[in-house]
Design a protein around this ligand. Structure first.
Ligand code: ATP
Ligand code: MG
Length: 216
């Protein structure tokens, strides 16, 4: 907790995601992480062309960006970054983190993720390097218990010890996949995500053809 000893001026949370669409699961994880870890702000970074989601049609980055913008507008500690969507081609989290590390040299960086995404970290390119650049906050997500995995990672990689943290959040079994499916079926999504985002989806007719496409 002692930033002076760490030589860092502040703490920045990073919430990466496809956000197709953003929902209360993302927002509550970011907000709980902000308070629990005394983060100065949380930067939301929508993915450009996510390498691991090829196979499903991901909505245009501009639309996903706009939805995040609407979702976070009432929280002064939340900010939006176009870092990944501006980049051409697939973006790897490690590349983004290298850029952020250079951009915020005086900040301790915390990557906020759900437990499902944390389980995938070691499938990332240059996973070990990622763990030296930033710390991790894994938010419990229903159906994914990452605690045994986290213990093993830290046992196997001593340099990661104390850099991977667990966060208890009120569990929300909300996913973007479920929201898209609901819209496709004409089922309600109100109260699963902020109202300005729900209205945007409605106005733009997003996800209405969703049942025709493949779900993972
Ligand atoms: P999809 O169903 O399309 O995969 P998603 O709901 O998983 O969407 P992503 O954009 O893939 O959302 O997730 C971005 C980040 O937010 C990931 O780290 C993910 O684990 C986390 N996250 C998503 N939903 C929740 C939730 N309900 N609780 C905690 N973390 C979540
Ligand atoms: Mg996901």
């Amino acid at each position: 907790m002692n930033n002076v000893l760490e030589g860092k001026m502040g703490r920045l949370g990073i919430m990466g995601g496809t956000f197709d669409p953003i929902h209360y699961g993302h927002l509550v994880a970011a907000e709980m992480a902000r308070v629990e870890f005394h983060l100065d702000k949380v930067l939301f970074i929508p993915t450009g062309n996510p390498p691991h989601k090829i196979g499903r049609d991901v909505s245009a980055a501009e639309l996903r960006y706009e939805m995040v913008e609407r979702a976070i507008q009432d929280n002064p500690a939340f900010e939006l970054s176009a870092l990944e969507i501006k980049r051409n081609g697939p973006s790897y989290t490690v590349d983004t983190l290298r850029v952020l590390r250079r951009t915020w040299p005086d900040y301790e960086l915390y990557f906020i993720t759900g437990s499902d995404a944390l389980l995938e970290i070691f499938s990332w390119r240059d996973a070990e390097e990622v763990l030296t650049l930033i710390q991790f906050i894994g938010a419990a997500r229903p159906g994914f218990d990452a605690s045994d995995f986290l213990l093993k990672v830290q046992e196997d990689n001593p340099e990661t010890q104390g850099r991977i943290h667990s966060l208890e959040v009120p569990a929300l079994a909300i996913s973007s996949t479920d929201i898209r499916t609901r819209v496709g079926r004409g089922e309600p999504i109100r109260y699963l995500l902020p109202e300005p985002v729900r209205l945007f989806i409605q106005q733009r007719g997003l996800y209405s053809q969703e049942e025709l496409s493949h779900h993972d």
